[in-house]
Ligand binder design. Sequence first.
Ligand SMILES: CC(C)(COP(=O)(O)OP(=O)(O)OC[C@H]1O[C@@H](n2cnc3c(N)ncnc32)[C@H](O)[C@@H]1OP(=O)(O)O)[C@@H](O)C(=O)NCCC(=O)NCCS
Length: 232
Amino acid sequence: MKRIKIAILGAGGFAREVLWALRDARAHASGARFEPVAFVDRVRRTDLFKGLPVVTLDDVRPDTFLICGIGGMTEIKERVVNDALARGHRFAPAVIAEGARVGPDIVIGDGTIICAGSIATCDITIGAHVAVNLDCTIGHDAEVGDFTTISPGVHVSGNVNIGHAVYLGTASSILEGLQLGERSILGAGAVATRDVPRHALAVGVPAVVKKAVREFACALPAATAPEFSPAR
Ligand SMILES: CC(C)(COP(=O)(O)OP(=O)(O)OC[C@H]1O[C@@H](n2cnc3c(N)ncnc32)[C@H](O)[C@@H]1OP(=O)(O)O)[C@@H](O)C(=O)NCCC(=O)NCCS
């Protein structure tokens, strides 16, 4: 079967994990395999990194799709992805890592990755450019907005609605039927027992809102965005 050529945005820790996942992953729906061809950073490098060249967006060929390998807070990922889209690049169909399980009737947007050990059961909608990290569960009828980051070991119960660019810290849980507003943050280990408003940061068990999350202008040109990856 023909493999989908794919370049990874970023060259930090999560980008390396994405590379590892891609080697045995399948594309959602089609089952196609991937062929990682490069990391993409703001600066071209002369040496290989994990066996791949590190190029800039300008070097990515039209036959190559992208996936975002930028972890951490969602605003940097969103800026970098939006910049790539504005320059006409295409993102790969959702990547389902080996050892991840995705049930029937699941819609998953382009550029999303479901990492090993994670399970999304049935009748779920997951947006584009979402990272579902290792060992997460997403229950029936849940909805996950574009650009959301779901850290390792998160449990999303049935009928939960997660907004645009939400950040869920490691091992946090959301009880059934709740809504997390756009750009809200749930801290590591938190248990959401009530809705979390948009742009709110909630922590603890049960989770309480600690402060507001500042507004970000995600349409900033890449030249003003931070580096894709931390210095090695
Ligand atoms: C929630 C989080 C984003 C807050 O970061 P921040 O904006 O820098 O906030 P601060 O560190 O200033 O903390 C604000 C308050 O919340 C508390 N707090 C922060 N994170 C907390 C957590 N996970 N659980 C309980 N309380 C927490 C702090 O103690 C502080 O309390 P105080 O005001 O009473 O002193 C961060 O602590 C967190 O949990 N990040 C998730 C990390 C993670 O899961 N990474 C995955 C990598 S794959």
